[in-house]
Design a protein around this ligand. Structure first.
Ligand SMILES: *Cc1c(COP(=O)(O)O)cnc(C)c1O
Length: 480
């Protein structure tokens, strides 16, 4: 069994085995004709259940053959230009090289004595990101597992900085289009059930600052404490960007912590032409970025950034075995002092490899391309009588709904759209997302693949219309 350990004597096995795995994926990528096979849970589950985990195959080739059957064949492939559903990007090769290196070396970024250079590389990337945000020299941050964790940590710092002895009085303000992790965080942080005050958005799906001002005033009048405002720079559903400068003004006026959730919009930090859309982000107290959404990085790659490094002390705990207090005086950099996690992957390496290979402009160009594509897609949808489209894109998301000319019942239209999404998924021809707008079911394209073309968009719109029409036709038959 020792031959499976990765060490000085097994370099050949390592090379062969990993290469074999890579060959499988490369072959898959080269031959996938659709983003999904349309496999059902009922068809796939028994294939996985029947595998006896106590009877190993001992052989990489055999295990990979089996993996083909239980995973690779039916996986959802984000690199495919007709995968248009969630905030998943195709990944760039330099990052995947980084992934292979970081899991083989297996540094853990909690302490210097488990990572050495990894710690310093992560710190450089935090500084790099902070510079792009426009934070000053006292900024800091740390890599996290994702936007949800970044939001939780940012709100933890905000809660501590509010310096209130009563959590029940703390209020967080976030738009109705903000991410649900804000509410989840409030719960985890022990705040009251109504701690998150929902601020309405306008037709543009951006937070209404007049409404925010009202809510902040009401909060003060009621003797409550405005702990934080969460501005979303790129909402998950619409890509809309809250008016950051106006919100920053209000935060100053009311003494509230400003958290900018740029999990999606962070791609603009590298953009060559759209960076101005997130102007004002430099006034935040904390920022969430998800490199695994708009920097074309593999999951996970994320960070939380803070304008004032000293606020990170609220996440600092010392353990004698790991990061004793004296190490701070000895200036030994232990990233665990800033993190909610202890053992932590060297995810930063993927971004490092990417920047060193392609440069930030390379990433920014790719993100600009998908934003341009969304513009074109919006024009297509706006001109298409079969569809109602919600809002012109600020990033790369399109939300729309099939509206058959002959049908007026909105519930029937809902069902046609829901059916179309399901039928499309089952066909595997394309994958799209869905959401609700004003209580009605809509469909969503999240465009993060620069290989997707307007022809793909048109073709998928035709497919959706075809499925919706089929549903409505059958529905007529049922009625008659
Ligand atoms: C995706 C997303 C999150 C959550 O990030 P994860 O990496 O999925 O945990 C938070 N906020 C916004 C705006 C998002 O789009």
């Amino acid at each position: 069994m020792r031959s499976h350990l990765l060490n000085d004597t097994t370099a050949d096995r390592y090379r062969r085995s990993v290469t074999e795995g890579i060959e499988r994926v490369a072959a898959k990528l080269a031959t996938t004709e659709r983003p999904f096979t349309g496999v059902t849970v009922d068809a796939l589950a028994p294939r996985i259940d029947r595998i006896d985990l106590d009877k190993p195959l001992h052989d990489t080739t055999a295990v990979l053959d089996e993996l083909e059957d239980v995973y690779l064949r039916d996986a959802i492939y984000f690199h495919h230009p007709r995968y248009l559903a969630h905030l998943n990007c195709p990944v760039v090769i330099p990052a995947v090289v980084g992934e292979a290196v970081l899991s083989a070396v297996n540094s853990s970024l909690d302490t210097w004595d488990q990572s050495a250079g990894g710690t310093l590389i992560e710190r450089r990337l935090i500084d790099w990101t902070n510079e792009r945000i426009g934070f000053g020299r006292s900024a800091d941050g740390v890599f996290t597992s994702g936007g949800s964790q970044s939001n939780l940590q940012a709100l933890l710092l905000a809660r501590e900085e509010a310096k209130s002895d009563s959590y029940a009085k703390l209020r967080i303000f976030a738009s109705e289009a903000s991410h649900f992790s804000v509410k989840k965080s409030a719960k985890l942080l022990g705040l009251s059930q109504d701690a998150v005050v929902t601020v309405p958005t306008g037709n543009d799906k951006r937070m209404q600052t007049v409404a925010l001002a009202h809510e902040l005033e009401r909060c003060r009048r009621d003797g409550l404490i405005p702990m934080a405002v969460v501005a979303t720079a790129g909402t998950t559903d619409f890509g809309s960007i809250d008016p950051l400068p106006e919100i920053a003004e209000l935060c100053e006026q009311f003494g509230a912590w400003l958290h900018v959730d740029a999990a999606y919009g962070c791609g603009l930090l590298a953009s060559l032409k759209n960076r101005h859309r997130i102007d004002g982000i430099e006034r935040a107290d904390s920022v969430t970025v998800d490199y695994h959404k708009s920097f074309f990085q593999p999951v996970s790659s994320s960070a939380v950034l803070v304008r004032d490094a000293t606020t990170l002390r609220h996440a600092t705990y010392h353990a004698e075995y790991l990061n004793p207090r004296r190490m701070v005086q000895e200036r030994i950099p232990n990233q665990v002092d800033k993190s909610l996690q202890t053992t932590r992957r060297f995810d930063a390496l993927k971004l490092w490899m990417t920047l060193r290979t392609m440069g930030a402009d390379g990433i920014g160009r790719l993100f600009d391309e998908v934003c341009d594509l969304a513009e074109q897609g919006w024009k297509l949808l706006a001109a298409d009588p079969r569809y109602d489209v919600v809002v012109a894109p600020s990033l790369s998301t399109l939300v729309f709904r099939y509206i058959p000319a002959a049908v007026t019942d909105p519930a029937e239209i809902d069902r046609a759209n829901l059916y179309a999404r399901k039928a499309l998924f089952a066909s595997g021809d394309a994958v799209v997302a869905g959401t609700k707008v004003g209580g009605r079911h809509f469909l969503k394209f999240t465009l993060l693949n620069p290989e997707t073309t307007t022809d793909d968009i048109s073709a998928v719109l035709d497919l959706i219309a075809g499925h919706a029409e089929q549903y409505l036709g059958e529905s007529l038959d049922r009625a008659s």
